[in-house]
Design a protein around this ligand. Structure first.
Ligand code: LR7
Ligand code: MN
Length: 576
């Protein structure tokens, strides 16, 4: 009991505590485990020594944490407690037009109180963490482009309501050149109630979210910058656990767990309960999340402690402001949307920092049903997102790993990515480690989930030799119905040396040896396709049948080199 009191006092004062501590070494060989009080766990070898870093958090079961808020009062009305809100039949047309505009059902959002409560989705033990009182201050940065009004300002209310006011230096809003009337004068007027705590800046041209965030960071005055998307609701005590990690080590990027809020009915749904996930990627750089390897979980004492993650989704994270700029911020060559999460993650890990996901910090994010704005293409019609990935690949991956990306995206190989000399110089100047080091030490499970793709044998459109139809998804996606052949106007299908035919991260498979479908690839990329360039037959070696087209439908039939409906060429003329 006394020990607990001492630990608590020490933590509050940000001082050394003379109690049991868990000490481990991390990749930088510095003490990295949380110093946790765990009661009866032997002796503390280092206890009592002066000049040790102060403990940054202590878990005292049964004693509510020092930043634990009072339960917020319920706001009777639609959506209270994170419950769903529904649209009546009469409202449907209006709701649909809002959804078209925003990707959210703003009609429903408008019914919900600005300070509705949401369910506390944290692990039970989160309530009992005590954090140092002298945490750094935070600037919460919200960048927005044509967001819905009520979802945008509910985000502001939520940040203000859930953050200790002395730790929230300000909310920095940066309007990325929205053209919606309501986001102009009316927003300025609305924000007056926050008495200067919320600052609004506007871009004079559309800069995209990446450059706009950098601008927000420049304008921020807090010690720590916290980025959130402009459609979030923060959960109980979300901020101190993030700040505590940065106070402990300023090179930690601290990431909250992102709960889901429904785009239609605004129901608040916990994303994971106690099974921890972390951010990874496949070789086309689609963002993925997978369960945290045991090895990583075992570094911790309590299951509510932060764990390390290779990357993050991009939108929600906290970082020491100066550290962000020491890293050069985001690569200013990245445009509009996408890839910036990987750029910053690889840079952090390879150049001496780390990323942690913090289970006791939870924030809800509204996932749109579609993106209401376009991210655009460059003048050669390559999507901006792909261009961004290429820049990241060229700067951070190195020869071996770069190859895997171009196997997935063969059409853009060799395409100029703009000037990356500054980024490469940064890597040199900071002695940044290789991507292989990152893969082996941080992102190791990616190899198991997404083994490096075998080189392509060919890629392009599978086209009838005598005819003008090409393989086509017919609008089907992963898990969907049979694919067919149609006008040759879209899509490419890389065909690799191990016999896979792939569509992005997916594979073409023959279900029951019959029709062709888009399915998950095998973990070990082997077979079953064989394309005979001479005859044009595409044989499925599992069932020894060939791809045939009849009435727009692709199916497997007994191989017949004389049949015109079985002879295919791979047409490498690719247009975006
Ligand atoms: O041109 C733009 N200018 C902007 O200011 C386009 C967007 N924005 C704003 C926008 O208003 C929003 O506040 O930028 C923010 C993010 O845009 P979203 O909400 O349309 O993006 P998203 O949620 O679909 O996408 C995810 O990936 C992006 C890749 O660049 C960003 O990193 C987003 O922040 C990121 N969102 C999350 O990580 C939320 C949680 C998980 C997901 C998905
Ligand atoms: Mn978003």
């Amino acid at each position: 009991k006394r020990q607990e009191e001492n630990a608590l006092k020490a933590v509050k004062q940000g001082k050394e505590q003379n109690v049991h501590m868990q000490i481990g070494k991390d990749h930088n060989n510095v003490v990295s485990k949380l110093h946790v009080q765990n009661g009866d766990n032997g002796r503390n070898e280092n206890g009592g020594m002066e000049n040790k870093p102060p403990p940054e958090a202590v878990l005292i079961k049964g004693k509510l944490g020092n930043f634990e808020p009072r339960e917020p009062p319920p706001q009777p009305g639609p959506g209270e407690g994170g419950k769903p809100v529904y649209t009546s039949m009469d409202e449907k047309p209006q709701a649909n037009s809002q959804i078209q505009q925003y990707g959210f059902n703003m009609l429903n959002s408008d019914k919900i109180a600005m300070n509705r409560t949401i369910p506390d989705t944290r692990m039970a033990e989160c309530k009992y963490w005590h954090y140092p009182e002298d945490l750094p201050t935070a600037s919460v940065i919200l960048v927005f482009h044509n967001e819905g009004f009520s979802t945008l300002v509910r985000t502001v209310h939520s940040v203000i309501n859930t953050s200790p006011s002395h730790l929230l230096k300000e909310v920095v809003m940066v309007d990325d050149f929205s053209d919606k009337e309501k986001l102009k004068g009316q927003l300025e007027e609305y924000l007056k109630q926050f008495n200067g705590k919320v600052k609004l800046y506007r871009n004079t041209e559309r800069m995209g979210l990446i450059l706009t965030r950098t601008r927000g960071a420049e304008l921020a005055t807090g010690d720590v910058i916290v980025f959130l998307d402009a459609h979030c609701e923060c959960n109980r005590n979300w901020l101190p656990p993030l700040l505590a990690r940065i106070r402990y080590d300023r090179k930690i990027m601290a990431v909250p767990i992102v709960d889901g809020i429904d785009w239609d009915n605004f129901e608040y749904r916990p994303v994971y309960s106690s099974v921890h996930h972390r951010g990874i990627f496949e070789w086309g750089f689609l963002y993925k999340e997978s369960q945290v390897p045991k090895k990583e979980l075992d570094r911790r004492t309590h299951n509510s402690e932060p764990y390390r993650s290779p990357t993050h989704a991009g939108g929600l994270f906290a970082m020491d402001r100066n550290y962000f700029f020491e890293l050069g911020g985001y690569d200013p060559g990245l445009k509009i949307w996408g890839g910036e999460n990987f750029e910053l993650s690889f840079k952090i890990w390879q150049c001496g920092g780390s990323i942690e996901w913090v289970p006791c910090s939870r924030v809800g994010h509204i996932y749109r049903n579609f993106m209401p704005y376009s991210t655009g293409q460059n003048k050669e019609k390559i999507p901006i997102i792909t261009m961004n990935y290429m820049r990241v690949v060229e700067v951070w991956l190195g020869d071996e790993f770069r190859e895997y990306f171009y196997t997935r995206e063969p059409a853009v190989r060799g395409y100029p990515v703009g000037d990356i000399s500054k980024q490469l110089q940064f890597k040199k100047d900071h002695n940044c480690k290789s991507f292989k080091w990152f893969m082996d030490n941080v992102a190791y499970e990616v190899y198991d989930l997404y083994p490096p793709p075998p080189p392509n044998k060919a890629w392009g459109q599978f086209k009838e030799r005598k005819g003008n139809r090409c393989w086509d998804t017919m609008g089907e996606g992963e898990g969907g119905g049979p694919i067919g052949a149609y006008y040759c106007n879209r899509g490419d299908l890389p065909f690799d040396v191990k016999g896979q035919i792939t569509l992005g991260e997916w594979c073409i498979k023959a279900i029951n040896g019959d029709t062709l479908h888009i399915r998950r690839c095998e973990t070990q990329p082997i077979g079953p396709w064989d394309w005979n360039e001479a005859t044009g037959l595409i044989r499925n070696t599992d069932v020894d049948k060939c791809v045939d087209v009849s009435d727009k439908l692709l199916s497997l039939q007994p191989c017949n080199p004389a049949s015109p409906t079985q002879r295919w060429e791979i047409n490498e003329v690719y247009t975006w």
